[in-house]
Ligand binder design. Structure first.
Ligand code: SF4
Length: 435
């Protein structure tokens, strides 16, 4: 860790931790979001020994150990490195920003096993001569066309398996964030082409006269055609793309011949105990693997209904197992005291308000409780966003945490009353429709 590593606003890693209100935040990036049960136990032990026992799931399927002190940081890194969970340099770690379809390699409905593409892309990025120039939040997604789609997750460069119209063989549709267009390229050249788009991004960013950190920003400046063209694809090769949305269904699931258990994690926060429960389940009844998703949930492949009923019956006490659980409609960042920028106990408040938020939306996130305008828990718009400020909340309607509030400085009790009124109004509206 060098002095610069602690600069605010950096995208943290393990070798480049970030200071938060409860100590250093150390982000581990498991390749493809796959964590073996042994690695899960190492992470749980590390959280207990060197952190505050808490692990957060990021919206890129990474795992963050919280509450690490400067003194314990070197020992933590040594432990993670001996388990093969940390890269050998900050740059390698920073560019290895790849989300993979969470059931990659075990999903019989998929067109490809994406794990090979992930390894190949990691290798190319590690040896990429301009790796140091790639912005730290710049990332990739690799879809296998199976149960889950990552296309809408905001990755800068997106690869998705498709069936080639001519041969029927698997090919790759490549798209960039901010554009609805794709090019289809052979599977064998997909990583090479993805690197060409990184080159195009870096080259064209220099022409914008301001720092460009993400692909959508570059598309906003120059348009998508210029980027495709720089990567070697003329307009006539571009096709429209229709994104699929595939929300995670919780509980026991089956796809093709594969069974898996999907568990939601309230606000994406695991205790070390929860991590050990997952590791135990994966060993006893599953494939020995945990699959992290970018949707605050963990998948355990190979676990079928009925497996170890005694343990599974208890899961609902800590995990979310029911798609109707109101916690699924609420997003919240760690807030105070975990983050220095927070002045409100966001997750405590979010739990207390979850039931009142039930009418805000039938699916997706209706309520976002954010510790400040940065809105770390959710970049997208929500029906109601509470934004912490000086121990109170500002209220943003149908917007993001950074948008202009419609109300300022509400106490928690006033927020509770406000949401209660919204709920009552919605109930009334439903009754009128029913009449
Ligand atoms: S949104 Fe929450 S986690 Fe992010 S900086 Fe603000 S208080 Fe901290």
């Amino acid at each position: 860790m060098n002095g610069n590593s602690l600069r605010k606003g950096w995208c943290p890693g393990a070798l480049r931790p970030m200071e938060t209100g409860d100590g250093l935040l150390v982000r581990v990036r498991p390749s493809g979001g796959i964590v073996s049960s042994a690695a899960a136990r190492v992470l749980a032990d590390c959280a207990d020994s060197y952190g505050n026992g808490l692990l957060d799931l990021s919206n890129r399927a990474n795992i963050q150990i919280r509450g690490v002190s400067g003194d314990s940081f070197p020992m933590l890194i040594e432990r993670l490195q001996s388990a093969g969970l940390v890269d050998d340099s900050e740059v390698t770690e920073s560019v290895r920003n790849i989300m993979m379809a969470p059931l990659g390699g075990v999903d019989p409905t998929a067109l490809i096993d994406p794990r090979g593409l992930v390894s190949e892309l990691e290798h190319r990025l590690k040896n990429f001569v301009h790796a140091f120039d790639i912005p730290s939040k710049f990332g990739f997604s690799i879809d296998d066309s199976g149960v889950f789609s990552l296309w809408s997750q905001g990755a800068d460069i997106r690869l998705e398996a498709v069936s080639d119209g001519g041969t029927g063989e698997p090919a790759i549709a490549l798209g960039i964030n901010g554009s609805e267009r794709i090019v289809v390229v052979p599977l064998e050249t997909a990583v090479e082409v993805a690197i060409r788009f990184v080159d195009a991004f870096l080259l064209l960013s220099l022409k914008c006269g301001e720092p460009i950190r993400r692909m959508a920003q570059l598309v906003g400046h120059l348009g998508d055609e210029a980027i495709f063209e720089e990567a070697g694809f003329a307009l006539e090769r571009l096709r429209p793309h229709v994104a699929r949305t595939t929300p995670v269904k919780l509980g026991f699931q089956a796809c093709g011949g594969t069974k898996y258990l999907a568990l939601g994690v309230p606000f994406g926060r695991l205790t070390s105990r929860m991590m050990r429960i997952l590791a135990g389940l994966a060993d006893m009844n599953g494939s020995g693997e945990l699959r992290m998703t970018p949707w605050r949930s963990v998948l355990l492949p190979g676990i079928a209904a009925g497996a170890n009923d005694r343990v599974l019956a208890q899961l609902g006490e800590e995990f979310i197992v029911d798609a109707d659980d109101p916690l699924l409609r609420v997003a919240s960042c760690p807030g105070s005291p975990a983050c220095k920028n927070g002045s409100t106990r966001t997750q405590e408040d979010a739990r207390a308000l979850a039931l009142l938020a039930k009418n805000l939306t039938m699916s997706g996130t209706g309520l976002h409780v954010s510790g400040c305008r940065k809105g770390c828990a959710r970049a997208a718009s929500s029906d109601v966003t509470l934004v912490g400020r000086d121990g109170r909340y500002d209220v943003v309607l149908s917007g993001r945490a950074g948008d202009d509030p419609s109300q300022y400085g509400l106490t928690f009790e006033q927020v509770r009353e406000y949401l209660g009124n919204v709920n009552a109004a919605m109930d009334g509206a439903c009754e009128k429709v029913a009449l």
